[in-house]
Each structure stands twice: as structure tokens, then as C-alpha cells.
Design a binder for this molecule. Structure first.
Ligand SMILES: [Ca+2]
Ligand SMILES: [Ca+2]
Length: 486
């Protein structure tokens, strides 16, 4: 019984201690709570200071001490709930190389017990984090000798305020190497995974700051970048435009196998065997070929399909890589911006020496008819670019009509009655061989042409519906697409 009494007494003591555990705390005001654990170089950060479990108070005093004083500059204060009658003294102490501190006293201007404040917000403070702040270091703010005066059980009392240290990780400028999306020191296929992970992150993300680089370049070399709110995504923006998009995958391709030793942060990533190639097809889906003409050899391509014209009749499921890239080392990145009604893709092949030297279907847009079988639409493919063997991006032709305009010029007249196709050349054009590729990019016929020939007829018998290409070579080179309808 005696022990029980002691335990009960301890329990009551504990309870009373808990209920009178007055404290002082902060709430960040410049960012939402998901981002309150870091501060960003060259930005102002601020917080409100609240008293907790304090009734009927008329003042508070404390010293707020912080390290990394050389990078954190006190900026300003604003008085809180004490309002226009309140008085605040905020005295900064700034010893270079030592801790910074603010000595603070705030008074409501009213006698104790008269319209006192309960759990007031007493002060707002703002600081700036300088550009030179070291990335990843943690700054700690500590309240020292925090005291308040309040009426407790009808008696004026001076109360100590407890507090927890407040810590912020500093986001500073770092070096990003274009293509090393996971910042592990080497550009390899894992960096595609990293780009894929953060696609869509950037200026479109809500409640997130991303930063463009000042002089972005895709050339291999360190580039200064201010760490984004999502720190890992800063490196996945390989081209430095402030957004992680499929184009950043192209930069991985450009700098494949490059390495550097100035790694800021290592990743214990397991080497993946390859990128997952997803299939979007369903039993009722329709695959619309995405055509690319041939201008020069290439190993990867990036493009954007505007599908706004077909959303009435189709749901867009995704983009699949075409047979031109038929290889176990193939990759594809997709960014489906459903609101903008467009889908972006980057695709290619990791294998050394792999190149494409034909026109054909580089990808398929997979769509699902909403009802019945509406007429197959023509795709509006824009911004199609290839990555050539010297890692330069070049504009590619993205529709068969473009190819006719560009490479055939006025030298070839095409007649196609669906049973036969006839090509008539001008005399000055010289071709000595032809190859015909089916819609999947497979060679189906080839042969030689006599030197002085200027007409050429091919039977289309037995060819199923699709877009085919005749590749003519010799002194001149031309690509002629034609359609077979059955
Ligand atoms: Ca890497
Ligand atoms: Ca980018």
C-alpha cells in the first residue's frame, strides 16, 4: 500500500509536470510542412515562434543561437499576436566564424493578468541563406534561456520554456554532370532509370522548386546547379532546363560511359539487368505506327505526339518501341501529359555500335477505341529528333509526306494504284539498287537497277495494308514511302 501511494504520487507529479510543460516552438512559413526540414541557398526562409501551454502571458524573452553564421543572415522580424501595442527587441549578434544569435524580448504592453495571451504567436523571423552555403550540411537553431511570465493558479510566475533544437539541411549549389542522373560518377543504363523515376518533376510539380542552370550544356563537364526541393531530381535534369523530361534520357545516351570522380553523393544502387519495357497492348487496342524518315544513321530518337485530335474516339494507353530498335538493349522513356493531350517519348538502344540506317516505324502509339472501330487517325508527331553516331541531335522527318517533299524533290513521279507502284525518274538521277521495307522495318525485297533505267515498277500483290518504303541508292539516294490498302 505504501509503495502504491508513492507510485500514485509520482504519477500525479508526472501528470502535473506534463500539464505545465510550457514550451516554445516554431512553424516554417516560407514552405509547406513537407519541405520544412531544409533551406535553400539564395532564398529567404522564415518561421513563426509560438508559445505552447502558456496561459495569460504578457511577455517572452529568449536567445536564439544558430551555427553556420557565415552563411545565414538575419533579415527582419514582425511582431505576432501582441499586435500594435506590443514591443519587440531583436538584437542580432554576428561574430564571423562563430555562432550567430538573436537576443529577443517581446512585451504585450499590458500589465500581467490583464487580457493576457494564451499560446500566442509571439514573433516572425526571417533569414537569408547565402549562395555560398555548403550543400547537405545541417544547421541547428537552439533556444537558450527562454522565459515567459504568466498567471499560474492566480499567481504571477516566471516560467522556463522548454524547446527542441531546430534543424535544417542546407540546399546549396552542387556540380551536376550531364547524363549522370544518379550522380554516382558514371553514365550507364541505370541513369535512364533515374530519369524515368523523376519524369514530370520540375516546373509542373506543385509545391516544389526546381532550378534551371545558368548556362546549361550537355557537354561532359561539371555544371553548377542549385539543389532542387527534391534534391535527387536536380541530377536527373540532365540538360539543365529545370524539368525532368524524356529529353534528359537523350543526354544520358550522349554521354554514355563517361565518368567523373567528383561525386557528391554515392548511391548504393544494384546494377539492373535492363530497363523494363512495358507493353500497353490489350486484346482490343490499336497500334498506330510512328514513322521516321531516314536522313542519317542514328541510335536514339526523341519525339512528341499531339493526340488531342483523337481523344474523342480513343483512350491513349502508351507508346511502345518499334521494330527498328529490335534489340535486347533497347530502352524507352514516356511522359504522358494527360492535361496537355500529348505524349513524349525517348527511345534507343544501349548497345555499342547499334545504328539505324532505314526509314520505318520507330514506335507505336497504343490506343483503345472508346466504342466500335473509329477510323484510324493520322498522328500529329512534332519535334522528332534523332541522335546521330556523333551524339548530335538532328531534326527527323516525321511523316511520309515530309519525306516525299524532302528527298524525292521533283525528280521522281510516283504512281500507285494499290496493285502496282511505278516510279519514274528524271534522267539526271542515278540509282543502281533498291530495297523495300515493310511497316515493321524488315527488308522484304531488294534488287539492282540498270544504269540507264528511268522507270521502275513493282507489283504490290500479296502485300498487306501498311506504309512501305523503297530505299533507292546509287549516285543519288532517295526514300519513297507508299501505302498499300487492302
Ligand atoms: Ca550514373
Ligand atoms: Ca531537363
Amino acid at each position: 500500500m505504501k509503495y502504491l501511494t508513492i507510485i500514485s504520487a509520482l504519477f500525479i507529479l508526472f501528470l502535473s509536470y506534463e500539464s505545465y510543460s510550457q514550451s516554445i516552438r516554431i512553424v516554417r512559413t516560407d514552405v509547406d510542412s513537407t519541405r520544412s526540414d531544409f533551406i535553400t541557398a539564395s532564398y529567404i526562409f522564415g518561421f513563426d515562434i509560438y508559445l505552447q501551454d502558456v496561459e495569460n502571458t504578457n511577455n517572452v524573452s529568449f536567445e536564439l543561437v544558430y551555427d553556420y553564421n557565415d552563411f545565414i543572415k538575419y533579415s527582419s522580424y514582425r511582431i505576432g499576436d501582441f499586435g500594435s501595442d506590443g514591443i519587440a527587441y531583436v538584437i542580432p549578434k554576428n561574430n564571423p566564424g562563430a555562432q550567430g544569435s538573436l537576443k529577443v524580448g517581446i512585451f504585450s504592453g499590458k500589465p500581467l493578468g490583464e487580457n493576457g495571451f494564451t499560446n500566442p504567436k509571439v514573433l516572425h523571423l526571417e533569414f537569408a541563406l547565402l549562395q555560398s552555403a555548403p550543400d547537405g550540411e545541417v544547421v541547428t537553431f537552439t533556444f537558450v534561456n527562454a522565459l515567459t511570465t504568466a498567471i499560474v493558479d492566480s499567481v504571477p510566475a516566471s516560467l522556463s520554456l522548454s524547446s527542441d533544437p531546430i534543424q535544417f539541411t542546407m540546399h546549396g549549389f552542387v556540380n551536376a554532370w550531364p547524363g549522370d542522373a544518379d550522380n554516382n560518377g558514371i553514365v550507364d543504363p541505370r541513369d535512364f532509370n533515374q530519369v524515368a523515376l523523376y519524369i514530370g518533376t520540375g516546373s509542373r510539380s506543385k509545391n516544389m522548386r526546381s532550378f534551371k542552370r545558368r548556362s546549361p550544356s550537355t557537354l561532359w563537364g561539371p555544371q553548377r546547379v542549385l539543389v532542387w526541393d527534391n534534391a535527387d531530381a536536380s541530377y536527373a535534369d540532365c540538360d539543365g532546363n529545370g524539368d525532368v523530361t524524356v529529353s534528359d534520357g537523350m543526354v544520358v545516351m550522349m554521354n554514355m560511359d563517361s565518368n567523373h570522380t567528383s561525386v557528391n553523393k554515392t548511391k548504393n544502387q544494384v546494377q539492373s539487368s535492363g530497363l523494363e519495357i512495358k507493353s500497353f497492348r490489350t486484346p482490343t487496342s490499336v497500334s498506330i505506327p510512328v514513322y521516321a524518315g531516314f536522313i542519317r544513321n542514328y541510335k536514339a530518337a526523341v519525339g512528341e505526339i499531339d493526340y488531342s485530335a483523337i481523344v474523342g474516339n480513343y483512350d491513349v494507353l502508351g507508346v511502345e518501341i518499334g521494330e527498328l530498335f529490335d534489340n535486347s538493349q533497347q530502352f524507352i522513356l514516356i511522359d504522358d501529359d494527360k492535361e496537355g493531350l500529348k505524349i513524349e517519348f525517348a527511345l534507343g538502344c544501349f548497345e555499342k555500335g547499334f545504328d539505324i540506317s532505314l526509314p520505318g516505324n520507330i514506335a507505336y502509339l497504343i490506343v483503345e477505341p472508346k466504342s466500335g472501330f473509329p477510323q484510324l487517325p493520322e498522328l500529329n508527331l512534332t519535334k522528332l529528333k534523332g541522335l546521330d553516331m556523333n551524339n548530335r541531335l538532328f531534326d527527323m522527318n516525321s511523316s511520309p509526306s515530309d519525306v516525299i517533299d524532302e528527298s524525292v524533290k521533283d525528280g521522281i513521279i510516283i504512281t500507285n494504284d494499290n496493285a502496282m507502284i511505278t516510279l519514274a525518274f528524271r534522267d539526271e538521277l542515278e540509282f543502281n539498287s533498291f530495297r523495300i521495307f515493310n511497316p515493321n522495318g524488315s527488308l522484304i525485297r531488294s534488287g539492282s537497277l540498270a544504269r540507264d533505267i528511268n522507270t521502275f515498277t513493282i507489283s504490290l500483290h500479296n502485300l498487306p495494308t501498311g506504309i512501305y518504303y523503297i530505299y533507292l541508292s546509287g549516285k543519288d539516294n532517295s526514300v519513297v514511302p507508299f501505302t498499300v490498302l487492302r
